[in-house]
Ligand binder design. Structure first.
Ligand code: NAP
Length: 492
């Protein structure tokens, strides 16, 4: 079972005692980074170690290795040796400390266990090189090997997962925001521990996640070898709110799933989808900019989704990857709560991916549609596919519609004060703004002020997420829980 090790970076002995107490409340063990403690010396170390109630890793990293220890190499090692005399549970000694030093530590360790570590703050080497590094460290015969590398790509995580195979003595992870997957999934792939920080302003490595987030958002202690992996694939996946919602429902229902952000750039998508299959990930949400591109990596696409031409959900059904679009379901359900769609006239502002999904949904409901877009050519193309009318955004007869739907990103945070349509045109209509950040957009404010019926973007977001959850698990999530969490997150 993997444990959470809280990495502590106090600046003084006094602070160390305080942080040790805090860290031990949340973590299974702590790592005390002595190199951050300005007044640390051989003499005052005992005062700290005598107060510990859980196992502690003692680390004293020099500047060459990305640490902060300002004294000489001799002083650095002298403090580490003192920690061994004081029976520290673990000592972390870097491979760069050299053969002689490491061998001496291992020879004299008594009750202390030795972690011999390799750090690469620039990149993650290829798997063959990682195996060589592991073997080199292993040849010193430490108790544990630690390999921490920087993830330049989401796909670097899969290198460390591969490295973990058949090794019980290896702690490995990727640093950086793109490496967070490896920290969250330590338990799934067999790393004996994951490092976390006390708070985000107290991180000791790039990409380290707060321990409370690992526990509260990602249900870290419930993850095991059988946990089914879900997530969201996108360039800004880290901003997605779905991780809060889905993981809470998995916890509530006792389902062995985990949902995490897969921050993926267009040039990484092909490799990511190869790994997705290889590591048997269970499914994903798909967001900007991959909704169209992802289709070529799937085995089949649901019929309606094929027509829409954009996938926002992938399900791994017995190793066959299937694509779905739940955006249109979310939008139509949100609208139908406020208005009967059959025979109504709808103006869709925008002609991007969301407009396309909503357009198909409305067509099915026999709603008359006109598409207005800033770039008229795009409106013309989508209108041609749907066999509906189109016009330019600057040239619409705004009085003729029952329903006005904004699918452009106008009004989205940080451009929150703007609306794509003047307020006077909203009177007496059903006004649907699919933008959900901010929760109440300018268009929604304007609609409310002229007495329009309102459909807010977060309702669509909620309902499309509910459909995704059903596709992945076959179970209906608790919508009340999902709505409450979405509200809390959007209000932040
Ligand atoms: P997209 O494919 O990139 O399309 C963006 C659309 O916005 C295009 O029609 C574009 O017009 C238009 N646009 C952008 N800036 C504009 C401006 N300054 N003035 C006028 N038009 C402008 O994006 P998408 O995936 O459809 O998403 C659009 C919005 O919907 C985003 O804010 C997204 O967060 C939101 N969304 C919400 C949900 C939900 O569940 N509530 C689901 C999906 C998307 P041009 O073609 O002229 O560039």
């Amino acid at each position: 079972m993997s444990e959470i090790c809280i990495s502590l970076c106090p600046e003084s002995v006094k602070e160390a005692l305080k942080e040790l107490k805090e860290g031990e409340k949340i973590g299974d063990l702590t790592e005390l980074r002595l190199d951050y403690i300005k007044d640390i010396n051989r003499e005052n170390l005992e005062g700290i170690l005598s107060k510990k109630t859980k196992p502690v890793i003692i680390t004293n990293r020099n500047k060459k290795e990305g640490g902060h220890f300002a004294g000489s190499e001799e002083e650095r090692l002298c403090i580490l040796k003192r920690a061994m005399e004081l029976k520290a549970d673990f000592i972390d000694i870097e491979i760069s400390s050299g053969h002689e030093v490491i061998s001496e530590m291992i020879r004299d360790k008594k009750e202390t266990r030795i972690i011999c570590s390799y750090h690469n703050y620039k990149e993650t080497p290829d798997i063959k090189d990682l195996e060589d590094i592991y073997e080199k460290i292993r040849s010193f015969n430490p108790d544990l090997v630690k390999i921490a590398t920087f993830a330049k790509s989401v796909n670097d995580n899969f290198k460390v997962f591969t490295l973990l195979k058949n090794k019980k003595d290896l702690i490995t992870l990727c640093m950086g925001i793109r490496g967070q997957i490896s920290r969250i999934l330590a338990q799934k792939f067999g790393s004996p521990l994951t490092y976390a920080c006390l708070r985000e302003d107290k991180s000791t490595a790039d990409g380290q996640i707060g321990a409370k987030d690992l526990i509260d958002i990602y249900n870290f202690h419930s993850i095991n070898i059988d946990t089914k992996i879900l997530g969201v694939i996108g360039s800004y996946a880290e901003n997605s709110l779905s991780k809060f919602i889905h993981n809470e429902n998995f916890k509530k229902e006792g389902l062995n799933y985990i949902y995490i952000p897969f921050k993926t750039e267009p040039e990484e998508l092909e490799g990511f989808m190869i790994n997705f299959r290889k590591f048997n990930f269970h499914g994903s949400a798909v967001t900007i900019p991959h909704k169209v591109e992802i289709m070529k990596y799937l085995d089949c696409i649901e019929e309606r989704t094929q027509k829409i031409g954009a996938v926002n959900t992938v399900v791994n059904d017995k190793e066959k990857l299937k694509g779905y679009n739940t955006d249109y379901q979310g939008a139509i359900r949100a609208l139908e709560e406020k208005v009967r769609l059959k025979g109504k006239r709808a103006l869709i502002l925008g002609a991007g991916g969301a407009a396309r999904a909503i357009g198909y949904g409305l067509k099915e409901k026999e709603t008359e549609i006109i598409i207005a877009n800033r770039r008229e050519e795009k409106a013309r193309k989508l209108a041609g596919e749907l066999n509906v009318k189109y016009c330019s955004l600057n040239n619409i007869d705004k009085e003729l519609y029952d329903i006005i739907i904004n699918t452009t990103s106008v009004g989205m945070y940080p451009d929150a004060g703007r609306s794509v349509i003047e307020k006077k045109y909203l009177r007496g209509k059903t006004v649907f703004d699919i933008v959900y950040r901010p929760m109440v957009t300018q268009m929604i404010k304007d609609g409310k002020s002229v007495g329009a019926a309102i459909v807010e973007g977060y309702i669509m977001l909620l309902y499309q997420g509910v459909e995704q959850y059903k596709l992945w698990t076959g179970i209906m999530p608790d919508e009340k829980v999902a709505k409450k969490i979405l509200f809390e997150q959007l209000k932040k």
